[in-house]
Structures are given as C-alpha cells and as structure tokens.
Design a protein around this ligand. Structure first.
Ligand SMILES: *[C@@H]1O[C@H](CO)[C@@H](O)[C@H](O)[C@H]1NC(C)=O
Ligand SMILES: *[C@@H]1O[C@H](CO)[C@@H](O)[C@H](O)[C@H]1NC(C)=O
Ligand SMILES: *[C@@H]1O[C@H](CO)[C@@H](O)[C@H](O)[C@H]1NC(C)=O
Ligand SMILES: *[C@@H]1O[C@H](CO)[C@@H](O)[C@H](O)[C@H]1NC(C)=O
Ligand SMILES: *[C@@H]1O[C@H](CO)[C@@H](O)[C@H](O)[C@H]1NC(C)=O
Ligand SMILES: CC(=O)N[C@H]1CO[C@H](CO)[C@@H](O)[C@@H]1O
Length: 253
C-alpha cells in the first residue's frame, strides 16, 4: 500500500518536471539556476534548492551560511543576493528537475524557480559510406549510409546534368534529443550527428564519387533551393562562430 503511494508521488513529480522548459547542458559544463521572480525573495524565512523533488541540494536561512548537502560540496556556488545557484561540472546523473522553494515567516511555502536540466555528452563521430554508385554520361546516382553507434540512415542522391535531388535523409535517434542528418552542401555530402549541445560530421566530396564534375556554383538557382539552404545554414553558422571567436580574442587582449 505504502509503496503504491510512494510510486504515485514519484510519477507526479516526474509529470510536473516535463512541463518545465528543458535546459540542455554539455557534460562537464556549468549551469546557473536563477531565481528570476524577485518578489518571492522578499521576507524569506528559509529557502531550499531540491533535486527531483526530494533530494536536498542546498538550504539557506538569511543571516546564516548556506548549508550545502554532501553530494554537492565543492561543486556548487550560491549567491546570497539573488538565491541563484551555479552547479559545476555537470554529469549525466545530474539530469533532472531542480526546484527552489521559499518558506515565509508565516510558514507559507512558494515555488520560486524550477528547471529541467538534461546533460548531454558530445555527439560521437558518425561514419559516412557510399554504395551502389551508378555513373554514366547523363547522370550520377549513389546511395550513402550515414551511421552513428545507435542508428543509421540511407539516402540516395541523383545528379542529372546539374540537377541535384535527394531521397531520405533525416532521423531522430533511439537516444532522445540526438539527431542524424545527411544532406549535400557545397559539392559535398555531409553526415551530421548532433544533439542539443554539440554536433560533429563526416564528409565526402561528390567529385570523388562521380566522374563528371558536379559544380555547385553552376546549378541553376531554382533547381537547387534545398541544396542552397544547407549552404546558407553553414555560412550563417560560420559567421556566428567567427564573430564569437573575434569577440573572445578581443577580450583576451
Ligand atoms: C541565468 O541567468 C544568466 C544571466 O543572468 C543566464 O546566462 C543563464 O542562462 C540563466 N540560467 C538559466 C538556466 O536560464
Ligand atoms: C545572480 O547573481 C549571480 C552572481 O552575481 C549572477 O551571475 C546572476 O546573473 C544573477 N542572476 C540573476 C537572475 O540576476
Ligand atoms: C544512366 O543511369 C541512369 C540511372 O542509373 C539511367 O536511368 C539512365 O538511363 C542511364 N543513361 C545512359 C545514357 O546510360
Ligand atoms: C540501409 O542499407 C543497408 C545496406 O546498404 C541495409 O542493410 C539497411 O537495412 C538499410 N537501412 C534502412 C533504414 O533502410
Ligand atoms: C550539423 O547540425 C547542427 C544542428 O542541426 C548544425 O548546427 C550544424 O551547423 C550542422 N553542421 C554542418 C557541417 O552542417
Ligand atoms: C569533426 C568534424 O569532422 N568536423 C568537420 C565538419 O565539417 C566541417 C565542414 O563543414 C569541417 O571543417 C569539420 O572539420
């Protein structure tokens, strides 16, 4: 009987967690959990950060030192002014729901913040292989397999005198929030393995497969919309990365 009640409670806390927006964090990185609702921080008797609704992370009573629980000593920073907590060097086991609760002097309790954290490892290197190449004077067609440890996709590309077309190409993996995509961009076939915090790719140059050169510069614009979109994406991402790098360099000076 008791066990059922406990199970029921667990299910409830799980269900609540799903409604909180998920924050994805790369394994080994830090995350700052803010209490943005300043109103609830007026007139605090005691304050707690909890993990998955039951495990204490930290308790605090204004005027005293914060009390950090054993699993978190040395990897947590608490800011007394705004009650935010920084969790450092996150590991997969830290994935879960973090809630902040305020108790008023009257005994009234309020939820001050809630975060669903999901820690993801760097996406592993995928592998791109080519099979069944058919190449003649008017068209070049081939099938690629883009694979990661847990999943794979097959996709067939056909190039007919400068027209590029593709069948298949995208898949969510067995592992949630991890993706495998294959597409052509700038004369290459790209197999992209990504999750919310990282991506990596394996690439094959089309001209290494097809004897007749495929020059993306010469594709008629209206025929390669889908291809150009990927090129645009890569350029945009590169531009963002370049700006970031330049900012970082400037700061270091
Ligand atoms: C907390 O606030 C800081 C800026 O004050 C922001 O960089 C950070 O992403 C916020 N944390 C979360 C989990 O939203
Ligand atoms: C809380 O304080 C910390 C440390 O000063 C700061 O990094 C963070 O952005 C603050 N959070 C909010 C929501 O103001
Ligand atoms: C070239 O190959 C394509 C597909 O493999 C085929 O449909 C086409 O008939 C072939 N053309 C010639 C000239 O052999
Ligand atoms: C992809 O192709 C391989 C052989 O090339 C085959 O074994 C596999 O079942 C195919 N997978 C899908 C999802 O069609
Ligand atoms: C791979 O996929 C990610 C996420 O969709 C994207 O941000 C990244 O630009 C892609 N990389 C390449 C080389 O296309
Ligand atoms: C890890 C990896 O293979 N990264 C490559 C992904 O693709 C870009 C070009 O789009 C290469 O520059 C990277 O080396």
């Amino acid at each position: 009987m008791f066990i059922f009640v406990i199970l029921g409670l667990l299910v409830c806390t799980e269900a609540q967690g799903i409604s909180a927006g998920t924050v994805f964090v790369l394994k080994g990185e830090d995350v700052l959990l803010n209490v943005t609702n300043a109103d609830v921080l007026q007139d605090v008797f005691s304050f707690t950060w909890k993990f998955n609704g039951k495990k204490n992370v930290l308790t605090f009573q204004p005027g005293n030192n914060p009390n950090v629980f054993p699993d978190y000593t040395g990897r947590i920073e608490f800011t007394v002014n705004n009650f935010s907590v920084k969790l450092k060097n996150l590991q997969e086991a830290d994935s879960g729901v973090y809630t902040a609760r305020v108790t008023k002097p009257s005994g009234e309790e309020t939820e001050a913040a809630k975060y669903k954290i999901k820690v993801q490892d760097q996406a592993s290197l995928p592998l791109l292989t080519v099979s069944s190449v058919s190449d003649n004077s008017s068209s070049c067609s081939f099938t690629v397999t883009c694979s990661s440890q847990d999943s794979h996709i097959n996709s067939t590309f056909t190039f007919e005198t400068r027209i590029c077309s593709q069948e298949g190409g995208e898949r969510s993996e067995g592992i949630p929030d991890t993706f495998l995509q294959v597409y052509q961009s700038s004369g290459s076939i790209i197999c992209n393995h990504s999750n919310h915090v990282s991506w990596t790719n394996d690439t094959i140059i089309i001209n290494d497969i097809c004897a007749k050169p495929v020059d993306p510069e010469e594709f008629p614009v209206y025929l390669v919309k889908t291809c150009v979109f990927s090129v645009g994406l890569v350029i945009m991402v590169s531009a963002v990365i370049t700006v970031h790098l330049m900012e970082k360099l400037n700061k270091n000076k």
